[in-house]
Design a protein around this ligand. Structure first.
Ligand SMILES: [Zn+2]
Length: 456
């Protein structure tokens, strides 16, 4: 980074308050933040740092995914034809329980490789119950910006013994991890408390997490109202709709991030907006698990902050922010016609609104002086994207992850001309294949493991 970096010649889609879209040169300071933006030819006469030529390309803020499970990437495709609760009990929880430090690190590295190559520079992630130190060490090595933490599970039908925790022990381990990792990797890692969802957490645990979030200004991330059956069970067990029940435990407000919210009660969108609670829309996963279509137009019209996420590769099977953007737009059109969010509003969900959900609105999410240089350089001069389109429409509906050429996180070039700079891609893939076979064997899924071996 000595001398900083100059990105020259690109059209910058800034996502700033003015909605600027213009040719701009960008100077990234040695501190990894955006130091200056200027029209081509109007900048300093000489520049001592490195220059990246982006002539003809488009620079966007690095995309932000506000709901992922990096620990599940090793289980890609393990969600064929099962409803949510059976999928969790019969597939995902036994596999998560079979993780060890090496397999979770392999899963995290595979995730980071896919995310960075596709232009996602920041994530909100829910880990599994154990081996979170190994997950976070791999994330630190991969160079992505990360908010997240271990999954907390202290009750629930069908939770395997390997994942079920004592309430005090779950809180103690989360506190230890927050102490060790919050602010690590030059500030790229921030800890978040992650109670899994109402049906696997006691109200006592949820209340304790809400207290910690308030006193430590930390994000709390959980799932809510993903499927109808889940919502009915919550109402039956606790006598209240899911989102309202979480709020009654203190899990509401700008530091609370709820994944899914596909089936709100009629009054809940207004309540989410009033309290400032964040919602993460995960359209691919909602389709694949037959969950439904989240009412994002209603959320946006009410003023709820809506972000996007791919959820897990086990139920997606991609971690591709562009795919989620396009699907979010198409589904909203199907559901709500011309009243659906515009392409620009959708692109905000993948950038500024994602940043707000992560509690980093003043740090990332737009290309503005003083923010971290978390940027994706995209080449849209392709047969599938060329044409007289509005730039936001082009980004939301016609851009593919493979159009991302170069990516920066905190001013560091982490992908250059589609080559990952922080991890060795071939080693990452080889390690993932090996570790998947070991996890599947430990989980008793020998048949799947031998299928994977036959493929390898
Ligand atoms: Zn999830």
């Amino acid at each position: 980074m000595t001398g900083g970096l100059l990105i020259r010649g690109a059209t910058v889609v800034a996502m700033d308050p003015l909605g600027s879209v213009a040719r701009r040169d960008i100077i990234v300071g040695e501190d990894g933040r955006i130091a200056a933006l200027f029209a081509p030819g109007t900048g300093p006469a000489s520049f001592s740092g490195r220059t990246l030529d982006a002539d003809g390309r488009v620079v966007v803020p690095g995309l932000i995914q506000a709901h992922l499970h990096l620990c599940q990437t090793l289980f890609r495709g393990m969600a064929e034809v099962l409803p949510l609760l059976r999928w969790l009990r019969e597939r995902i929880w036994p596999l998560e329980a079979a993780h060890d430090a090496d397999s979770i690190a392999a899963s995290a590295r595979l995730s980071v490789a896919e995310l960075l190559l596709g232009g996602t520079t920041a994530v909100l992630d829910m880990g599994t119950v154990h081996h979170t130190d190994a997950l976070l060490a791999a994330v630190a090595e991969g160079g992505i910006r990360y908010v997240g933490g271990k999954a907390m599970m202290d009750s629930g039908e069908g939770v395997p013994p390997g994942l079920l925790e004592d309430t005090a022990a779950s809180l103690r381990e989360s506190d230890r991890l927050a102490e060790r990792w919050h602010g690590a990797a030059a500030g790229r890692i921030r800890y978040a408390y992650c109670p899994r969802f109402v049906l696997t957490c006691t109200p006592e645990l949820m209340r304790a997490v809400a207290d910690r979030s308030r006193s430590g200004d930390l994000v709390v991330h959980t799932h809510a109202s993903e499927q109808r059956e889940e919502g009915e069970l919550v109402r039956w067990q606790f006598g209240a709709p899911n989102i309202q029940f979480l709020a009654s435990l203190g899990l509401a407000g700008p530091r609370t991030v709820l994944a899914h919210c596909v089936w709100p009660d009629p009054h809940e969108p207004g309540e989410l907006a009033r309290l400032g609670t964040n919602v993460v829309h995960c359209p691919s996963c909602n389709l694949k698990l037959s969950s439904g279509i989240a009412p994002i137009t209603e959320y946006v019209d009410n003023g709820v902050n809506v972000a996007l996420g791919a959820d897990g590769a086990a139920s997606n099977n991609l971690l591709d922010a562009w795919e989620e953007l396009r699907l979010a737009g198409l589904l909203a059109r199907l559901r709500d016609g011309s009243g659906a969010p515009s392409a620009r509003q959708l692109f905000e969900m993948a950038t500024l609104r994602g940043a707000r959900a992560l509690g980093l609105e003043d740090q990332i999410g737009s290309v503005e002086v003083g923010k971290w240089a978390d940027l994706a350089i995209v080449d849209l001069r392709t047969p599938h994207a060329t044409g007289p389109q509005d730039i936001y429409s082009q980004l939301v509906f016609a851009t593919r992850a493979s159009d991302v050429r170069t990516v920066l996180v905190g001013g560091r070039v982490v992908v250059e001309e589609r080559v990952l700079q922080t991890l060795n891609e071939a080693d990452t893939l080889r390690d993932a294949e090996q570790q998947w076979r070991r996890v599947a064997e430990r989980a008793g899924l020998e048949q799947s493991a031998s299928l994977a071996a036959a493929r390898a």
